[in-house]
Design a protein around this ligand. Structure first.
Ligand SMILES: *Cc1c(COP(=O)(O)O)cnc(C)c1O
Length: 427
């Protein structure tokens, strides 16, 4: 394992531990906040680097990072400085006016991706919603399809609005919310034959496939990387037919995989792609990028009040500039290798529990044996009690998505905690 330290990690400083605990009443919370989440029973009060502390003063190593969102961890000086400076200057004005920070961020994204134009919003679902609207208008105007169909993958995740739960190929997110949005069909991920069949089957009368939306690596669906051969073939099909290729990079974009964008692992470029989670390191933002057909959206077609405000854009610029200046992509690649090696050693020690370790860079999953009772939630809860935060990706996959600044020592420590945890759970 490499011993070089690429990253100055603020979580290793002595002053980072909070002085006092201020216990918080979780029951009171539940009487006032809608019960849409199954929350783990801790409240977090403070963070520094890759560590967080709960309201009882307990310390955790954070391998969740706000669900693959806190790119620079907690309290990173570059992010703190950027948002402090921006809120003191100007934080929101609306898109009635030109916003220099928005223009600068768009330019940065264009220079670091295949994109030609960017639209800003506030979340992943909203970015995908924009992509769906763009795909519909493109299908009508460019392809001349009266009833366009958008294909998406089974086990995918694209968000929680009505259109994005429809695009999400998992019935559990759609249950009780019908009628869903018309014009969506599902195909198995990484299966080119099924895709070709679906495109052929749907070509009937005034109906035809106008777009395909896929994740470069399926995150929520169980940390399943896209297959290069599949995406190469898919790109060819889209070029031949004019079908718009949309990639949802909400979870994997902005360095998470060790490359700036997930599609760089697949040897292709999308026509349209979306970003959100890690883009501003935990400040709400979403972005819709297009490489082709950028003039499909005309004035009045799409909008967001908060979208691309100076505050969020200043945060995103700081995150992305830091990513580059601190050479974090290299850290992501090295720490990812290290983590997978250590997780594979644990999996090999408990072959009855684990079936696979997989991922790219710092998005990794450990898949549990389907035939045993143990679930990902069981492991996450037990690891939390030992001081390590993890997040399930479905009932049988434990996901590891630490901040991209994570150090070699912190990866070692996470692996040690996990090994101890699994040892306690093993029969
Ligand atoms: C999290 C996620 C979304 C939804 O993002 P929100 O900001 O929660 O709306 C969409 N797509 C993917 C791939 C995601 O991981």
């Amino acid at each position: 394992m490499s011993t070089e330290t690429l990253v100055e990690n603020p979580s290793n400083t002595a002053e980072s531990k909070p002085a006092v605990s201020t216990p918080y009443n979780l029951n009171e919370f539940d009487t006032s906040v809608m019960g849409t989440y199954g929350r783990f029973p801790i409240a977090l009060a403070q963070g520094k680097g890759c560590r967080v502390w709960d309201t009882e003063g307990r310390e955790y190593l954070d391998f969740v990072a706000g669900i693959a969102t806190c790119t620079l961890g907690h309290g990173h000086p570059a992010l703190v400085e950027a948002v402090t400076q921006q809120i003191q200057t100007l934080h929101h004005v609306s898109n009635l006016y030109y916003i220099p920070q928005q223009g600068e961020l768009a330019k940065w994204i264009i220079e670091h991706s295949c994109a030609d134009r960017v639209f800003f919003c506030n979340s992943g679902a909203e970015a995908n919603e924009g992509a769906i609207k763009l795909a519909r208008k493109y299908s009508h105007k460019v392809l001349g399809i009266e009833k366009p169909v958008i294909l998406s993958a089974k086990a995918s995740f694209h968000g929680r609005t009505l259109a994005t739960i429809t695009a999400t190929g998992q019935p559990k997110y759609q249950k009780n919310f019908d009628p869903l949005v018309p014009g969506f069909q599902y195909v198995p991920y990484n299966n080119i034959e099924a895709l070709e069949n679906a495109i052929a089957d749907l070509d009937e009368g005034n109906q035809r496939v106008g777009a395909i939306i896929l994740e470069a690596l399926q995150g929520e669906g169980g940390v399943r990387p896209g297959a290069r051969e599949y995406f190469l073939e898919l790109r060819k099909i889209c070029d031949e037919t004019g079908i718009l290729l949309i990639l949802d990079e909400v979870q994997v974009g902005v360095g998470r995989t060790g490359k700036y964008w997930g599609y760089e692992h697949l040897g292709i470029e999308p026509d349209v792609f979306t970003s959100a989670k890690g883009l501003a390191g935990g400040i709400p933002i979403g972005a819709l990028m297009c490489k082709k057909f950028c003039d499909i959206f005309e004035p009045g077609d799409h909008a967001s009040t908060f979208g691309g405000n100076p505050f969020a854009c200043a945060a995103a610029l700081a995150v992305n500039q830091t990513l580059e200046q601190e050479n974090l992509l290299q850290n992501v690649q090295q720490r990812g290798e290290q983590l997978r090696t250590q997780l594979r050693a644990i999996a090999a020690k408990y072959p009855d529990i684990f079936v696979e370790v997989r991922g790219w860079g710092l998005i990794n999953g450990m898949e549990l044996n389907a035939d045993i009772e143990l679930t990902s939630v069981d492991i996450v809860k037990a690891a939390m009690a030992e001081g390590l935060l993890l997040v399930p990706a479905g009932p049988k996959v434990v996901r590891f998505v630490p901040p991209l600044i994570v150090s070699a020592e912190e990866v070692n420590q996470a692996a040690q905690i996990l090994e101890r945890t699994v040892g306690q759970l093993a029969p």
